[in-house]
Design a protein around this ligand. Structure first.
Ligand SMILES: [Fe+2]
Ligand SMILES: [Fe+2]
Length: 194
């Protein structure tokens, strides 16, 4: 198993300075959230460090990497391969760093779209990606506040924010993100009976 310093070096070599700073922000924020929500610090640290390590890869490269690993992209992912940058990062972590911890790999895979029934670790990484210190968007302060007191509430806000963003940008919205948002709303008991 690789040491943290080796993983940090590996990730730094693959990312721009800005994205590496984001990565360190996500790592630190994920560790803080893990402490608050009783999750494993080491797992949060590893997932935070690795989550974007495929972000500099081109569409074709991402597609062939995940296909080689045995994953069959769905039609949305085929048309928007960057949705797979989390899955590609998990393949790299497994292959090149020997990181086999499924909980960590799933947190890396689902940091992009989210999914139903997310584990606390998955929520922590998803939210940390959103609120790390270099992030700046309307509503980020409210989201930061929620993250440290109510991870489910923060998750719902982040998912709804993502959906709005994707619509505004006129990009493909993955169904996992819609499922994650609907599921979160039901879990939190906020579903309107209409
Ligand atoms: Fe990402
Ligand atoms: Fe990220």
């Amino acid at each position: 198993m690789w040491k943290e310093s080796m993983i940090t070096k590996f990730v730094r070599e693959r990312l721009s300075e800005k994205r590496f700073a984001h990565t360190i922000g996500v790592r630190n924020t994920a560790v803080k959230l893990a402490e608050i929500y009783g999750e494993d610090r080491e797992r949060a640290m590893l997932a935070g460090l690795i989550h974007d390590c495929a972000k500099n890869m081109g569409d074709e490269e991402i597609l062939s990497l995940v296909k080689e690993s045995g994953y069959e992209p769905d039609w949305i992912e085929e048309n928007s391969p960057q949705l797979l940058h989390g899955r590609a990062a998990a393949v790299i972590a497994l292959r090149e760093m020997g990181l086999e911890d499924e909980a960590v790999l799933n947190a890396v895979i689902y940091h992009t779209t989210g999914r139903t029934d997310m584990t606390t670790l998955e929520k922590i990484v998803y939210v940390a990606d959103y609120i790390e210190p270099s992030r700046n968007f309307p509503g980020v302060d409210e989201l930061r506040k929620a993250a440290f007191t109510n991870i489910d509430g923060a998750m719902l806000m982040a998912l709804e924010n993502t959906i709005r963003y994707v619509l505004e940008k006129h990009e493909l919205l993955h169904t996992d993100t819609i499922d994650a948002r609907n599921h979160m709303l039901i879990v939190m008991g906020g579903k309107s009976s209409g």
